[in-house]
Design a protein around this ligand. Sequence first.
Ligand SMILES: C[S@@+](CC[C@H](N)C(=O)[O-])C[C@H]1O[C@@H](n2cnc3c(N)ncnc32)[C@H](O)[C@@H]1O
Length: 324
Amino acid sequence: MRDDLQGQFIQLYREDADELTTRLRIELSNSLLAPQASLSPKYFYDTLGSRLFQAICALPEYYPTRTEAAIFARYRSEMAQSTGTGNTMIDLGAGDCAKAASLFDVLQPQQYVPVDISVDFVRSAVESLQCTHPQIEMLGVGMDFSARLDLPDEVRREKRLFFYPGSSIGNFTLREAIAFLRRMKLACGEDGGVLIGVDLVKDKAVLEPAYDDALGLTSAFNLNILNNINRLLAADFELKDWQHRAFFHQEKQRIEMYLEARHDLSVHWQGKQRDFVRGERIHTENSYKYTPESFTGALNEAGFANTRMWTDEQGWFAVFHATP
Ligand SMILES: C[S@@+](CC[C@H](N)C(=O)[O-])C[C@H]1O[C@@H](n2cnc3c(N)ncnc32)[C@H](O)[C@@H]1O
């Protein structure tokens, strides 16, 4: 690959000794030792986790990816009219960057900035993408955006469009989602905006199989978090001791995902121990579902206005564009 075609990359998130021994290890230990043990979904995404998620997107049960893609395909020109072209397109949780790339021809970003915690995965995605789109300036950023959204100075300030597809916003509680949207609002300036994909409330007969597929890919994706935790914490989780659980919590309007102990067991890491009884669960993910009204309300509360929304015929998924 020619040097001038290589996408640039800045790594702000490093699994180096200092970072791990301080913030990450404390955070992980506390969440494993809490009465309801939990692990943040951001730990799903080591390189294997990112690949497993890519495979999940191809499953017949996993309607969000294809429904959102159909909305993008159908309304791409309207979206480009709404967002304008020549933006600084900041793709939060970019993964393989495929969704943003599918919109490059209409959005024609001036600069494309994929941001992801799965550093090696996004680095290789941006390098390949730079080869096929040499006209767009690309800057990959490896960082954990859950606590702060401090972007490197190399990211253009003009016309920042935060692209956040795949309903990843659903991993946050409503309060956290509004706080995250506020951070985007602050970071995008007066001439920027957000383009966000949001999964909508629907029948649980559609929702639950999307998170508990017949092939067992979501189960593998959920279990793989334990591999990542073993690596990050030097813990001794045995994957065969755990099973995948996912269900829709009607009142809270969210999918909840857990790992459930198959028998009584203990897990150890760095002088610490957590005992689990048979059937006890580790909470690994929430995926909140919105209505068009409830998500518009969240955008408004975060300080966005001028909201436009596009949805599919069944009203399963929605894409919102909003500006400060
Ligand atoms: C559900 S996937 C979505 C991937 C892609 N945007 C899509 O819509 O298909 C979530 C992506 O966000 C990244 N991610 C999750 N939590 C993150 C965090 N706290 N900071 C940075 N990236 C994160 C993951 O590595 C993963 O690539």
